[in-house]
Design a protein around this ligand. Sequence first.
Ligand code: FA5
Length: 341
Amino acid sequence: MNMTSELSLANLNHLAEKYLERISLAKDISELEQVYQAAFSRKSGEISNIMHELKDLAPDKKKEIAPYAQDLRQKIETALANKKIQLGDVSQDQTFFDATVPSKDSGRGHIHPATQVIWEIEDFFRSLGFMILDGPEVDSTFFNFEGVNIPKDHPARDMQDTFYLDENIALRPHTSNCQVRAMREYGAPLRAIVPGRCYRNENRDARHEHTFLQFEGFMIDEGISIANFRDVIDQFFKRFINEKTETRIRPGYFPFVEPGFEFDFKCFCDGFCGLCKGTGWIEFGGAGMIHPNVLKHGHIDPDKFSGWAFGFGPERLAMIRKQIPDLRLFRSGDLRFLEQF
Ligand code: FA5
């Protein structure tokens, strides 16, 4: 091979014409593949050889020829990629990615199991006349804590060991950050639920994630009592779990309710399991009558209005319903898990 004639500008132009014509005439992918091999095969591709030989040229010559050689290579690569799309084979393309081309055989996806349960919960509460509200996941310490009666030095703040962005802003550890926000925005009477993502500095295990879902619910009006809450919650359990799943209610402490209680589900295991850790019960959430201080922060008169609130874990509800043994599966992205729902 005569090196000087290979690397003359005239020769590069000739190669460009030759390859662009061959590419445009290619009738199918296998013909295009032959053109690709002729140009870029590692051992004998004409363009690969030229690129290889560039480095042996004298510096002056190299400076003159190299930009034309690069240009030639780029033109041929682009023409190959475009022709490949034209011939309808983009799935194998290593060098070109067009996000607008529909994928082949990707199958049909579906809604994530946690979103499925949230949507069902929203439907249920909407049918009872509740609004579905949204709230910020990054919020001030006032709405996260002080507004719901957890002052700066209150030990309950430690239990929700949060991710702080600065001294006064934190990722919300619970959807209760939306209680005072909703009261200020809509006043009383008020019925609403607020589903959403929460964050805690947790040791992850079968029941705990650092990022998880909660849904808050509250009902405020004149003369609201625990009896209203019992009724709503009885209907909720009737709708969402079968009659074989036992639930229990026990006293619980949350600074923003008085009195307060907690709900548990009977675990689906027969004895010891990693989920309930042998206790036989899985906590579902807390609830109670809204503390007068919280109503005051929400600009609602506690002498006229009363209300209840709850904060439940929808992932744990889905776990009980579908016998899912580990909460970490929800964010695993594992298709073997997701495809079951
Ligand atoms: C609260 O967060 C209170 N804000 C709930 C509340 C609201 C009480 C209104 C009274 C009135 P708690 O920390 O227990 O409470 O969380 C409630 C539920 O959220 C738990 O029972 C569980 O179902 C879910 N949850 C809490 N932490 C996690 C976590 N790390 N991973 C997964 N789910 C969690």
